[in-house]
Design a protein around this ligand. Sequence first.
Ligand code: C2O
Ligand code: CU
Length: 468
Amino acid sequence: MPINRRQMLAGTAAAFAMIGGVPVMLHAEKAGDGFTELKIQKVPRVILEGGKESRLWTYNGENPGPEIRVKRHDQVKVRLVNGLDEPTMLHWHGIRIDNAMDGSPLTQNPVQPGEAFEYMFTAPDAGTYWYHPHIGSSRQVEHGLYGALIVEEKTPPADTEELTLVLDDWLINDDGTINQEGFGDIRMAAHGGRLGNWFTVNGQSRPRLAAPAGKRLRLRLISCANARIMNLQIKGAEPYIVALDGQPLTAARALGADPLQLGPGGRADLMIRRASDEIILANLNRANEPLEVAYVDRTGDQGEADTGDMAALPGNGLPASLDIAGVTPSELVMEGGAMGGLAGAKLRGRDVEMRELVKNGMAWAFNGVAGMTEEPFVSLKKGDTAVFDFVNKTAWPHAMHLHGHHVLPLTIDDKPIADHDWRDTVVMSANSRMRVAFVADNPGKWMLHCHMLEHQAAGMMTWINVEI
Ligand code: C2O
Ligand code: CU
């Protein structure tokens, strides 16, 4: 079935029976020892109305997993219990925490079936983050393993209601079950990755949510899609972007007419004025048609017209700009994929031809190496300012993600970027280059990879070392 055909049908059909279900965000229960337990359980769930049940992989039986919510500088204490029959681990995406708690294969051994692992860290930054497995990610995330991590400001914006919207697209078969053939499919991995045909918000198709008209509304959008770059439209409101990838913008910025682009793993916090109009969230498909994915009813009285200022959120201490004079950029050349003409690359220390790469499930390379390297892409000293040039020599967009830091995108194709927004995941178009800079202030071993999970698995993965 062509991508998105199903949802185009769903968008027009009155037979579509979803209305009424309101997703409930469970705030995770805390056990007596202060740990929130996230227990992986497989649960049968109907994804497509009228379709067959799929076995979702969930934290505590829920999709998305329980929302974990703390205040800035509070401790997050989570006990992961692995109820899968394969290893897993938990990565805290975008949050600049202690390296030992990052939950990547560089920082911990996989948590084996039946075993548990305790994550404990202080949340350094307020913002919208999320958690997901970092081993077998393409299968584990696609089966439903992800959830929101919300770190509240010490003083959150006044008179503001908020909704967390966890967005995902699933690749399902005609009978409604999760497509299994796609996992490990090298063709898919060499193209755009696993692009779904069924969209959910907070685990439901086209949910109808509610928020008071008499308060401002903060939407926390989180994309947990494996590979899709979302282009979101908000109808019925004129939202302001106040944070991207968790980090506040220096000034609230009107979204305007352009769609909001959210790469896999990306987040945006939007602020919306008091009003009683229904808000419709839509995602543009490849034909640029908006497919409605969620609704928010504004209930009660709006009160007097909301003409007040849209204030910026309090910052997390990241500077407004970086001085990169004298810093030698490190170049990361991204190659491979369909129509990429990659002849071969290094695989586990050996030079191999493309045909053999493919046999090993690889289709992409960073600086001539497919898959994880022994040596880091760069080694930095704590406090160093680093400049990376991502050179995308492929026919595909990518979403480059660095762990443990946020980066400041400076140029695209050598042209300066006007907006200085700190990001942990940057979307790059095909055949483009992007320069980013950051201060390596967080010691440890940090992964740097494409967040299109099939691209990552098929070779787009390296790491950096920050020494104390
Ligand atoms: Cu959200 Cu390395 O991942
Ligand atoms: Cu990619």
